[in-house]
Design a binder for this molecule. Structure first.
Ligand SMILES: [Zn+2]
Length: 245
């Protein structure tokens, strides 16, 4: 009788083991199938979305299944090496001056004037760095042609109102109230602007004034003297052509 019981227990135990193995196999299979189906659904979802909203799948964007698409230009900005003629002095994260938010895209370069004659690039950068200052720009060009970077090019600066989200901003120092840039400053503005354009596949027509966004008289001299503005854009084009050689 004992032998019989022993055999029966062994049979039960073997069945239990088999059943447990089956449950584990079923669970693994379920996990694999879930993963495959989810991937297929996401891929199909992106495909359908690209058909019903093709404008969201501009070739300038990397589609992502969740959230917003990532601008390829912003991705380039993250990898870009800053040349040695630009001094990086990034401001701290504070107020709207530097939120740390990424740009949505890079569509224009916006030129400004600081509006405060004789102040240096360093003065203006330090002003942006004040904890209570709510404005900033990506770059400041100074009276000796020096260039200071205040905000990384993939982040939003606070200079160009509702175009902060998709533009690179350049604040420019000037010796007097007219707002006209001196020669060293002017040359650096052209050099910097062309360098930015070249990196982000922009041209001189993508270079705009603060004035073109809001009507603000900024950069003053280049709003009041349309010829001087056209000349600046032509000089940017010439500088850009140097990159093509
Ligand atoms: Zn401005």
């Amino acid at each position: 009788m004992q032998g019989y019981n022993y055999n029966r227990q062994a049979v039960y135990s073997a069945r239990r083991k088999k059943r447990r193995r089956q449950i584990i196999i079923r669970r693994i299979l379920f996990a694999v199938i879930t993963a495959v189906v989810t991937t297929a659904l996401i891929t199909a979802g992106i495909g359908i979305y690209s058909l019903i909203a093709p404008e969201k799948f501009d070739e300038g964007f990397i589609p992502t299944p969740f959230g917003k698409n990532v601008s390829k230009k912003v991705a380039i900005a993250k990898e870009l090496e800053i040349p040695d003629w630009i001094e990086s002095q990034l401001i701290s994260f504070h107020t709207t001056a530097r939120t740390g938010k990424n740009l949505a895209d890079i569509n224009n370069v916006v030129i400004h004037y600081v509006g405060n004659p004789k102040t240096t690039a360093q003065n203006n950068r330090d002003y942006f760095n004040n904890k209570t200052t709510t404005v900033s720009s990506h770059f400041v060009v100074g009276l000796e042609g020096e260039i200071i970077q205040c905000v990384p090019m993939y982040e939003m600066s606070a200079a160009s109102n509702d175009r902060n989200r998709d533009t690179i901003s350049i604040e420019v120092c000037h010796p007097d109230k007219s707002g006209k840039y001196n020669e060293d400053t002017y040359n650096s503005v052209v050099k910097l602007t062309a360098w930015i354009c070249n990196n982000f596949s922009l041209d001189e027509n993508d270079v705009i004034r603060h004035y073109d966004i809001t009507g603000k008289i900024c950069p003053k001299y280049y709003v009041e003297n349309e010829d001087a503005w056209e000349q600046l854009k032509n000089d940017v084009r010439e500088k850009l052509e140097e990159y093509e050689d």
